[in-house]
Design a protein around this ligand. Structure first.
Ligand code: NAD
Length: 495
């Protein structure tokens, strides 16, 4: 995203939102004094502004995190847990305020914002407990004169970089394990949606977190993000974003051989077998294609349905799409909001036209909804395509828009091969009543998470992450905290 600086005098702000940088326990303006605007995707109104951090601000935040590390890493895990638990409770108390902010900057309906924020609070609470369960080992030695202990210690300053589609949630996935493990952290929120994240930062401050343990710098990824990644003060980089951003971050992190967790793009298939309960499978496929306007890394991008039921599946998805209540995220009863911006909408349009040019049939959508209430926002109708082939962009690339292409299949191994024929490997879904088919497919699908008769692979206590170019490393579960810990072998002799 290109950021255009605005003068502080022209900048606007939502109530109850700090919009500057959070460094060393203080809200401070960027050193250069610049700001940038935040736009409501449903109206194109400017709803606030944030401090435009630069490299020097990123360095200030890293230095604060580095100073805070010795005391925080040596604090009792139980003391860290108490503060994290308080922060989780404050996030829950303030959920309504934060949800309105998130909806205004991101576009998703308020109930979805609320769900995202409350899940984020659960993640912080979970890690407040998980931090108490970091264990070591006592190894049986070869020699009777030595002893070997293995201990786990926090890796150091962690950098957390997050995208705009779930900014609060995905940040808590990084803050929770890092702080519970004894690391300190610098967050780089997305420039499109930094405001709800700021409110979450305030919850940590109010929970009594010592200064410097958690810091936040808003600003361009290419500048602030790159400084945070490349600067020798950070020891672990945890990024959720596109695969191209992940590639660039890998290059930068390689210079100092930093620990990386990369949660990158996806292109998830759903396979609906002929024995599936279609009353579950069709809404599950449609919801996972259209929810958050398809702007989800684990969104269904391809629907493969057995040829005996593919017509019924396609018609069912169209029916679902026709009845979706689309509108501004603040309006009561709205289930689906606008897309984030014109760039995302244009990418969706171009994927749809590519499919149509290559012979797909448009069953529904493929354009903006009509009417005054949609005229200023980045709305796009949920779109259903049939007769799609593997060469089409919708079947190969991450559309990141509300498009559901339906393809028919008639052979189990062939459909699994097609489902795997992508550079991505984040999530895959299988709908069938047959246990053998379900496990056969689940074991062969190349993805970090496979849902059987369920359209979501995120589960707080289970590892989440990708295969192939969807990244590596895992978040959530105990694996999430493992990635914030170094292993040390202590060998004792002379016994
Ligand atoms: P993006 O890659 O453009 O940006 C993500 C973050 O990285 C932003 O904060 C951005 O400022 C920062 N950034 C960009 N360039 C950088 C650089 N060179 N160095 C350091 N930081 C940089 O992604 P986006 O458009 O915000 O989000 C959409 C993408 O995120 C999609 O590809 C989606 O699949 C992916 N995503 C993945 C997951 C997952 O868990 N795997 C979850 C949500 C979103």
């Amino acid at each position: 995203m290109d950021i255009t600086p605005v003068t502080p005098a022209n900048s606007r702000s939502l109530p109850n939102v700090h919009t500057s940088l959070f460094i060393d326990g203080q809200w401070v303006e960027a050193l250069a004094g610049e700001r940038f605007d935040i736009t409501d995707p449903g109206t194109q109104e400017i709803v606030g502004s944030a401090s435009l951090g630069r490299r020097a601000d990123a360095v200030r935040a890293l230095e604060a995190a580095d100073r805070a590390f010795p005391a925080w890493s040596r604090a009792s895990a139980y003391e860290r847990a108490r503060i994290l638990r308080r922060a989780a409770d404050l996030i829950r108390e303030r959920v309504e305020d934060i949800a309105v902010t998130l909806t205004r900057e991101q576009g998703k309906p308020v109930p979805d914002s609320r769900k995202e924020i409350l899940f984020g609070a659960d993640v912080i609470e979970y890690y407040s407990e998980e931090g108490k369960r970091i264990k070591g080992d006592w190894i049986t030695p070869v020699s009777t004169h030595t002893r070997s202990l293995v201990i786990r210690q926090p890796v150091g300053v962690v950098v957390a970089i997050v995208p705009w589609n779930y900014p609060v949630d995905l940040l808590t996935w990084k803050i929770g394990p890092a702080l519970a493990a004894g690391c300190t952290l610098v967050a780089k929120p997305p420039s499109e949606t930094p405001l709800a994240v700021s409110q979450v930062m305030q919850c940590f401050a109010d929970a009594g977190l010592p200064q410097g343990v958690l810091n936040m710098v808003t600003g361009p990824g290419r500048e602030v993000g790159e400084e945070l990644v490349a600067n020798p003060l950070s020891r672990k980089i945890s990024v959720t974003g596109s695969t191209s951003t992940g590639r660039r971050i890998m290059e930068l992190a390689a210079q100092h051989v930093k620990r990386l967790t990369l949660e990158l793009g996806g292109q998830a298939p759903i396979i609906v077998f002929r024995d599936a309960d279609l009353s579950l499978a069709i809404p599950a496929a449609a919801r996972r294609s259209f929810s958050n306007m398809g702007q989800i890394c684990i969104a269904v991008n391809r629907i493969y349905a057995d040829k005996q039921i593919s017509r019924e599946v396609a018609e069912g998805v169209v029916e679902f799409a026709k009845h979706m209540k689309i509108g501004h995220g603040l309006d009561p009863g709205v289930e689906y909001g606008p897309m984030l911006n014109e760039a995302g909408r244009e990418q969706t349009r171009s994927h749809v036209s590519d499919a149509l040019e290559r012979g797909a049939t448009l069953l529904y959508g493929g354009k903006e909804p009509e009417g005054d209430r949609y005229s200023r926002g980045y709305y796009y109708l949920p779109t259903v395509l049939e007769g799609v082939t593997p060469d089409m962009r919708v079947m190969r690339e991450e559309t990141f828009g509300p498009v559901a292409p339906v393809a028919a299949f008639d052979d189990l191994d062939a459909v699994i091969a097609q489902a795997n024929a992508t550079q991505y490997g984040l999530a895959a879904y299988v709908y069938t009543r047959d246990l053998t088919t379900a496990l056969y497919a689940a074991e062969r699908l190349e993805a970090g998470g496979v849902g059987i008769n369920v359209n979501d692979v995120s589960e707080l206590g289970a590892p989440f992450g990708g295969w192939k170019e969807s990244g590596f490393g895992r978040e959530l579960g105990h694996e999430g905290i493992e990635s914030c810990l170094e292993t040390k072998h202590i060998r004792i002799g002379g016994l």
